[in-house]
Design a protein. Structure first.
Length: 424
């Protein structure tokens, strides 16, 4: 049997035309199944992009460790002691923990949530978060530097009174036509020169308040200027690329516990947050959502394919006499089977392809509308369908069409010519 046999395709089209109402209703089931699968996949991807996209380029192999109070006595020291980190802990971590890629000690002076205006410029004031940072922080949580620069190592070494301000700080303290870089602002009575303006790329992870309303200054400058001594609030750490963040987390906590005489089994002395673990859980969640979408989508598609198989059984029943005549004049069983299977594949593929195109078009239309009208939502961004998914869906359709035609085709070849000719 030739796939492009003209007579074969004429018979197929005549059969579909004769049963066009039932054919349309059955094909619509396949159309709807693949259409809904594309919509669900696009929506799931939009949800994933919204949640993970809000993280910007934040290093997901990061851990954050801070001191709390001990809950167990140790080496003659009572429980309830406050664990406070110091500058010499920075050097110790760098010396003894070899799997660290970036280490950024942090200290917070004031929070924007305190309510009091802590920053002044001329006649303008505002309440902002003030944080002491190391240059490595911009490698852990990269930000877009709109003007000027970020803190560098010389700022740390020389305790320079400089500040890098967020976009919201600029809006409040400066006029639209002003260039803030090089200007001075007064923070808690002390003047600092603005050397940079940043825009956060990550909006889902915040430390010390909203980033747009934050002011970064050198870590050592904040310590000295505001009499924090050698106090360190917490450590931001990323592991080397081939090392799990959990390994670095355990190593740093063990070192700090030894240095601060904390019982090895005291689980409350250190607060810590492992972003890598949270990110892996998030990936697992979206993997589960994707699997659920495929199960529901394929189930809907399967219902349509079963409908195709049923309509083909009806068609075979109606064409019993015709099939008998074909068998009587020499048509082989393979020819009869091929005719039924090709008809099933054609019907399934045509309806499925239409549903695929409609689903992709709707998802792309939604994405275009979101971009055109500037609709921003941290939980839903850029709905899209992977090209590989579309190809896999088409392959699934073709295979489903072939399977849908197998039972009707098998029934057709079992028809004996003499019995078919007697059929009314």
């Amino acid at each position: 049997m030739k796939l492009f046999d003209r007579d074969l395709w004429q018979e197929i089209f005549q059969t579909l035309k004769k049963n066009r109402l039932r054919t349309f209703m059955t094909a619509f089931g396949v159309f709807w199944g693949i259409f809904m699968l594309m919509i669900m996949l696009g929506s799931g991807k939009g949800l994933e992009n919204g949640v993970t996209g809000g993280m910007g380029n934040f290093a997901t192999n990061s851990v954050f460790i801070w001191g709390q109070r001990t809950t167990m006595p140790y080496k003659g020291l009572p429980r309830g002691r406050s664990v406070d980190f110091r500058n010499d802990d920075i050097a110790a971590i760098r010396q003894y923990v070899k799997n660290i890629k970036y280490l950024a000690p942090k200290i917070q002076g004031w929070s924007s949530g305190d309510g009091s205006n802590n920053v002044v410029r001329n006649d303008k004031t505002g309440a902002f978060s003030i944080l002491g940072e190391y240059p490595e922080w911009n490698l852990i949580d990269p930000m877009e530097i709109l003007e000027g620069r970020f803190i560098n190592q010389k700022d740390i070494d020389e305790r320079r009174k400089i500040a890098v301000i967020g976009t919201r700080v600029r809006e409040i303290l400066f006029d639209d036509n002003e260039d803030p870089v090089g200007q001075y602002i007064r923070i808690q009575g002390v003047y600092f020169q603005v050397v940079g303006i940043f825009k956060p790329l990550n909006t889902n992870i915040n430390f010390g308040g909203e980033k747009e309303q934050s002011i970064y200054m050198p870590f050592t400058t904040l310590q000295k200027t505001y009499n924090y001594g050698d106090f360190v609030a917490w450590f931001s750490i990323t592991s080397k690329d081939e090392v799990s963040a959990s390994v670095v987390e355990d190593e740093v906590i063990a070192l700090l516990a030894k240095r601060h005489s904390v019982h090895p089994d005291d689980q409350e002395a250190f607060g810590h947050f492992n972003l890598e673990e949270e990110f892996e859980q998030m990936k697992g969640l979206f993997g589960g959502i994707s699997m659920l979408i495929w199960v529901v989508g394929i189930g809907t598609l399967l219902a349509g394919v079963i409908g195709i198989s049923n309509i083909m059984l009806v068609i075979v029943k109606e064409r019993t006499r015709e099939i008998g005549i074909q068998r009587a004049i020499g048509a082989t069983p393979n020819y009869i089977m091929g005719q039924i299977i090709i008809e099933s594949i054609f019907l399934t593929s045509l309806a499925g392809y239409a549903g695929l195109v409609a689903g992709v078009a709707l998802v792309e239309g939604i994405n275009y509308a979101l971009i055109t009208f500037g609709v921003e939502n941290e939980m839903f961004k850029r709905p899209e369908i992977d090209f590989r998914i579309a190809v896999i869906s088409l392959i699934v359709l073709i295979v489903s069409g072939a399977l849908a035609g197998l039972i009707p085709a098998s029934r057709a070849v079992r028809i004996r010519p003499i019995d078919a000719l007697r059929d009314e």
